[in-house]
Design a protein around this ligand. Structure first.
Ligand code: FE2
Ligand code: FE2
Length: 293
């Protein structure tokens, strides 16, 4: 005999289907280009510039973005970059790799639909990546490329969740989040949160385990492996707030680094945080300009 499902069972079934739909979308994302890792290996082997140029030039669209970012105010302002060869020779290995990773990542943030939301998310991601680099330098942590990549992609799960929030909730994540803490709100509304989803994406992209962990635990870094890398991403994420929005946020919910356990465990005192913010403030105009170019 077929029994009628209870209201709770129908709702549980609905969430399970929504979640399956979202995970399937995450698994369908095109693979992350491996050009940055190949380039990194070539730099270590001191490969000829022509070979590096060939690897970057294989994907024409990617090469064009790499060239555009290489000329941007933040990455290449001191140089006259006219070709990929110029970018390889002038930017320096660290900046070159950051430009290549940023160009690869940008593809996943440039989607139709809610252009403003995707743009804000990209701006926040770039800010988080730059701040994590400043933190790594200040605290002498090293692993700059790992931190830069994990920070740049820490909210990649939001690019997918945003789409499903629109479909299933006729809402967007920003509006949903204003009603409560984002992780819980996302879980309640869609059955999965953006950090778990980001972890699934990073695993599918076959990223190294420390990058997967940092993306999958960036709101609760001490709950997973590689806590130190995840903690830097957590701290950079907290500090990557637009100064205008920060003023209104500070009124409602003042952030005190001295009472945050993750900041404490990293050794990030209020004084260090102020120094990091001041250094990042010096880059904000360049970053904004880069996003407009
Ligand atoms: Fe996040
Ligand atoms: Fe974030």
């Amino acid at each position: 005999m077929i029994r009628e499902l209870s209201k709770n069972e129908v709702s549980a079934l609905h969430y399970e289907l929504v979640m399956k739909d979202i995970i399937a979308a995450a698994e369908k994302l095109p693979p992350f280009p491996d050009v940055a890792w190949k380039l990194n290996a070539m730099i270590k082997q001191m490969a000829p510039v022509a070979d590096m140029e060939k690897i970057i030039g294989m994907d024409q669209a990617l090469a064009a973005t790499i060239l555009r970012l290489s000329r941007s105010a933040y990455y290449g302002r001191r140089f006259d970059v006219r070709s990929l060869k110029d970018a390889i020779l002038l930017l320096g290995n660290k900046r070159l790799l950051q430009v290549v990773i940023s160009a690869c990542a940008l593809r996943y943030f440039e989607k139709g639909g809610a252009a403003l939301e995707e743009r804000e998310l990209w701006e926040h991601s770039i800010a988080t990546a730059i701040i994590s680099e400043i933190i790594a330098r200040k605290l002498k942590k090293g692993r700059v490329l790992t931190l830069y990549t994990a920070s740049l992609l820490h909210d990649i799960g939001k690019t997918i969740l945003n789409v499903y929030a629109r479909i299933y909730m006729q809402s967007n994540l920003r509006r949903m989040r204003s009603e409560g803490r984002c992780i819980q709100v996302e879980r309640m509304a869609l059955g999965i949160d953006h950090q778990e989803l980001g972890g699934i994406v990073a695993r599918n992209w076959k990223f190294p385990p420390e990058i997967i962990a940092a993306i999958a635990h960036h709101h609760d870094p001490e709950s997973g492996p590689f806590w130190e890398i995840a903690s830097v991403v957590y701290a950079a994420d907290k500090l990557a707030v637009d100064p205008v929005k920060e003023k209104s946020q500070a009124r409602e919910n003042p952030f005190d680094p001295d009472s945050d356990m993750v900041f404490k465990n990293l050794g990030m005192t209020a004084k260090i945080v102020e120094e990091i913010k001041a250094e990042f403030a010096g880059h904000i105009v360049d970053v904004k300009k880069m996003l407009e170019e």
